[in-house]
Design a protein. Sequence first.
Length: 215
Amino acid sequence: MVIADDERVVRDGVRLMVETQPDLTVIGTAEDGDHALRLATSLQPDVLMLDVRMPGHDGLWVLARLAERGLLAEIRVLMLTTFDMDEYVDEALAGGASGFLLKSASYEEITAAVRATAAGDGALSPSVAGRLIRGYAARRQADRTDPDDLKRLAALTDRERDVLALIGEGLSNAEIAARLVVSEHTVKSHVSRLLAKTGCRDRAQAAVLARRVTH
């Protein structure tokens, strides 16, 4: 993964946290948006952890440039910020980010989010997931009855709809498994199928869809 943040203490701190995990590796760090874009383009990491606000070109600018170059299918972007203002979440998710974490997230939340993002599941910090998704969806109330959304929902089985609704509540696979009294492996299978059927790229997009069609 590559970490981009204008504060060295954050870059070094996150790197230390991530590299304590045997399955996670940091292959580069960047201090601004231009450097982040160059590294992401040349190294093509599985995950780019990107600070929203940086001097010069910010993280949202980098996200937009990666989308323009068609790189978001290979590079999963996890936005990291001290700010939880809804417009950042709105623009990040709409722009193709796979997840959104506050810098106040715990060590466990950050490493779990990196793994989930790398796996294509996407991640939203558990402490803010429900509020952020609700805020994102509330600004799109006009889309709640979008015929395309209804067609996507109709393609799902009843159990897949249950799983989608729980994703919309910000639950992890383990929490969904406990709620539905099934195995975590079964939940992962349901998630994979519903992502394919709805055309959602990852869990973050599925969560937004869930809030539109189930609330």
